[in-house]
Design a protein around this ligand. Structure first.
Ligand code: FES
Length: 99
């Protein structure tokens, strides 16, 4: 089992390796969306960019093409952004949401 700690929510959960980060948060009722995006999001298809997070500790695979395309503009302001829906958990992670 791997641990995911969500900084802003001060919650730590355990997940199986290979679990999708967004799905783990939702399954554990940890809100990663802000405002209206709690309802209006692309449900993990990598289209809306509303599941932005920063991984502040732990290793994740490099950004994939979906992330590079959808975060292109935002990455100029914050080069550490990731899309939770595109991340497979393969290490213990500390996650900062609402970035
Ligand atoms: S849920 Fe829409 S980009 Fe991740």
């Amino acid at each position: 089992m791997l641990t995911l700690h969500f900084e802003k929510q001060n919650r730590t959960i355990e997940v199986e390796p290979g679990t999708n980060l967004r799905e783990a948060a939702i399954a554990n009722k940890i809100g990663i969306y802000q405002h209206i995006f709690k309802i209006l999001n692309c449900r993990g298809r990598g289209l809306c960019s509303s599941c932005r997070v920063e991984i502040t500790s732990g290793n994740v695979a490099p950004r994939n093409e979906v992330e590079e395309n959808n975060l292109k503009k935002a990455l100029t302001k914050n080069p550490n952004l990731r899309l939770a829906c595109q991340i497979k958990v393969e290490d213990n992670l500390v996650v900062r949401s609402h970035v």
